[in-house]
Design a binder for this molecule. Structure first.
Ligand code: C5P
Length: 230
């Protein structure tokens, strides 16, 4: 299990200050829409310069026509990030086109597919996808596995079923983690670190419980120590 910290603060300075506090740890840093749209490539470079061991997950959830997605995937690979994601609902051709394009890269980033956003509850999910979250997440995961992706983004509650339906080595990255039962915020399907571990989660993603903590560094140290005890 590897911790992924969401850098979702309102400015590059605040995100870099948080990253700097976490410099001693070899963890994953999740750069999402807010940060990437505002601070772009320079921000990625600043993070890498701060600690070359930081792994970077670019959480841009690509969703477009296959060729446009593959073009974007190639630009992402050139940035030197370690992982990015696409929406599984973009479909099999998009998945294949993205993976074929990345095959030219000797060290390509890991590619994950978003199944169901963790902010969805059953009712709102079914209004869009007309299936239960569990059914659809498993179907999307099976499709992603068959088309050569490295894993999926899902809630901790789908992680085990997804691994059973694909492979135990197929990665699950799960947002909505409240390591010690902290406030859920807008997330509907939250899980503790312990539950994430028992469901085989590879990457627990933690945002607010870390960056809103009085002492983010202490919080990360506590999380890593619990993870080390598993
Ligand atoms: O603050 P919190 O721990 O809820 O942050 C979760 C992070 O994971 C946010 O950056 C959010 O955009 C992201 N995310 C998510 N659900 C997904 C994919 C990404 O919450 N399915």
């Amino acid at each position: 299990m590897e911790l992924c910290v969401a850098l979702d603060l309102p400015s590059a300075e605040e995100n870099l200050a948080l990253a700097s506090l976490l410099k001693p740890y070899n963890i994953w840093m999740k750069v999402g829409f807010r940060t990437y749209i505002r601070d772009g490539k320079l921000f990625i470079e600043a993070l890498k310069a701060m600690n070359p061991e930081f792994k970077i997950f670019l959480d841009l959830k690509l969703y477009d026509i296959p060729n446009t997605m593959a073009d974007a995937a190639e630009e992402i690979a050139k940035l030197g990030v370690d992982m990015f994601n696409i929406h599984a609902s973009a479909g099999e051709v998009a998945m294949q086109t993205v993976m074929q394009r990345l095959a030219n890269y000797e060290k390509r980033p890991l590619v994950l597919a978003v199944t169901a956003l963790t902010s969805f509850d059953e009712t709102h999910f079914q209004a869009v996808y007309e299936k239960s979250i569990a059914q659809k997440a498993e179907q999307f995961a099976t499709m992603s596995y068959a088309n050569g992706l490295d894993g999926v983004v899902c809630s901790a509650y789908e992680s085990r079923a997804i691994k059973n339906a694909t492979s135990q080595t197929f990665l699950t990255l799960c947002p909505g983690i409240r390591p010690f039962g902290e406030d859920a915020g807008d997330q509907q399907r939250v899980a503790t670190l312990e539950l994430a571990h028992s469901e085989g989660v590879d990457f627990p993603v933690v945002g607010r419980p870390i960056y809103k903590a009085d002492n983010p560094q202490k919080k990360v140290a506590e999380i890593l120590s619990v993870m080390a005890s598993f």
